[in-house]
Design a protein around this ligand. Structure first.
Ligand code: SF4
Length: 419
């Protein structure tokens, strides 16, 4: 169940049908203003909607005043153990307070922070982590970790309601991907507050991105989750933001910047596609529009399955083809494919998003495609094999109907009627 309630972190809406919000956390000492502001700037440029800063010391709470004033995106103060720091962070202008009611010193301290947040008109995030459940749930945690996580979150939600505080989102985080999925599914059935999704200590850029994509992607595909943070073991918080965006783009939940598609390559590849794809990916970072750009390792299938792309290249040993929306634009020496691709993309924007076609060049491109296709007509490429499988499956299902009629004919000659 998607959340019904909505909170506002600064001017960013979370929950209640708002687009899924991307957040990350600074990895600097918060009180180091230069380093912290540089990182906030970088994550904001990478597309973070909100950013969280750890506030473990007085000087961090103090630094929040400047950070809040200078940050281009809303600031969430991350507090553990010390409710006084939460009060100070609110006074410093933080747009939201994240705390774990289980480690802040008891319900009275939570009540004090909630009352202060309410007076300041800011929301809170209350979180439960698999490593820090309340003592009375430890036995349940051993038998049923999912129920223990959801019970802990439910108890904290009830506490906030008793305090007459409703302006909050909830997070359940676990290092286990299956437990994260199961507990958030269960929690979303029980409460209608916005949910923050994340996999705790997900790991390195590689493994952490994969775990987060599986865990968060599964929940988001179910319509569960209102804000996400990808936790990666890297100092470069902007990497977390990039991964978050790729997940949201893959699920078509939000659009940001170009989408790059590329064939997996195979033995027909005759140029250095790794370098070409990396260069295109890097250069596409300079564009904000969600155009789709395709890179094909060869043209033996023509433009094939990437024909819907706004722009694309089909490479070859010496000459390749630049195309747009299924139509060749020109043939180009392989070494110049990337530069000419971006020349065409820039022409498109300069013309107010119109593809400029030079008929003579387009004819040359089409002729090259036709030549390559003809020369490789007999090759069993991955795409052709997939097409053959599709055709075979269609043929099989088409022939299944008469076959079933035959099989249904009993020996006495009567035919069963299909419902
Ligand atoms: S046959 Fe397909 S997978 Fe192989 S290089 Fe060509 S486009 Fe890429």
């Amino acid at each position: 169940m998607a959340s019904k309630r909505q909170i506002k972190v600064g001017d960013v809406a979370i929950g209640g049908g708002a687009p899924v919000v991307v957040q990350t956390m600074t990895k600097t000492e918060t009180a180091n203003l230069t380093a912290t502001m540089e990182q906030i700037q970088r994550v904001a440029e990478a597309g973070a909607d909100v950013v969280r800063c750890a506030v473990p010391r007085e000087q961090d709470a103090e630094a929040l005043k400047t950070i809040v004033a200078q940050s281009p995106i809303p600031i969430i103060a991350d507090i553990h153990f010390n409710h006084t720091l939460a009060l100070k962070a609110i006074d410093a202008g933080a747009h939201c307070i994240r705390l774990n009611p289980g480690n802040i010193g008891g319900p009275d301290k939570v009540a004090e922070v909630a009352a202060h947040a309410k007076a300041a008109g800011i929301p809170m995030r209350i979180g439960v982590n698999s490593g820090s459940l309340p003592r009375h749930l430890h036995e349940l945690e051993r038998d049923n970790p999912v129920e223990a996580l959801v019970s802990a979150a439910g108890e904290f939600v009830e506490l906030m309601h008793r305090l007459d505080f409703y302006d909050f989102k909830v997070s359940i985080k676990s290092t286990s991907v299956p437990d994260t999925i199961a507990s958030n599914r269960l929690l979303s059935e029980r409460i209608d507050h916005p949910l923050h999704l994340g996999i705790t200590e997900a790991g390195t850029k590689w493994s952490g991105s994969l775990k987060s994509s599986v865990g968060l992607g599964t929940l988001l595909a179910d319509g569960i989750g209102d804000t996400i943070r990808i936790s990666l073991s890297t100092f470069h918080a902007e990497e977390e933001v990039k991964v978050a965006w790729e997940i949201l783009k893959a699920l078509k939940l939000r659009e940001r910047g170009p989408v790059l598609i590329a064939c997996p390559t195979c033995g027909r590849l005759q140029f250095d596609m790794d370098t070409v794809v990396a260069e295109i990916e890097e250069r596409l970072r300079g564009y904000d529009d969600p155009i789709e750009v395709a890179v094909l390792g060869c043209a033996v299938n023509g433009i094939g399955e990437a024909s819907h792309a706004d722009f694309g290249i089909a490479g070859a040993k010496d000459m390749g083809v630049i195309y747009s929306q299924g139509k060749p634009l020109r043939k180009v020496a392989t070494g110049e494919l990337v530069d000419v691709l971006f020349e065409e993309i820039d022409k498109y924007y300069a013309a107010g998003k119109r593809v400029i076609v030079d008929d003579a060049r387009a004819a040359e491109g089409a002729a090259l495609l036709a030549q390559i296709e003809a020369e490789s007509a007999g090759d069993l490429t991955p795409e052709r094999l997939a097409a053959m499988e599709r055709d075979a499956a269609a043929e099989e299902s088409a022939s299944a109907a008469p076959a079933l009629d035959e099989a249904a004919s009993p020996v006495d000659g009567r035919r069963f009627q299909r419902a």
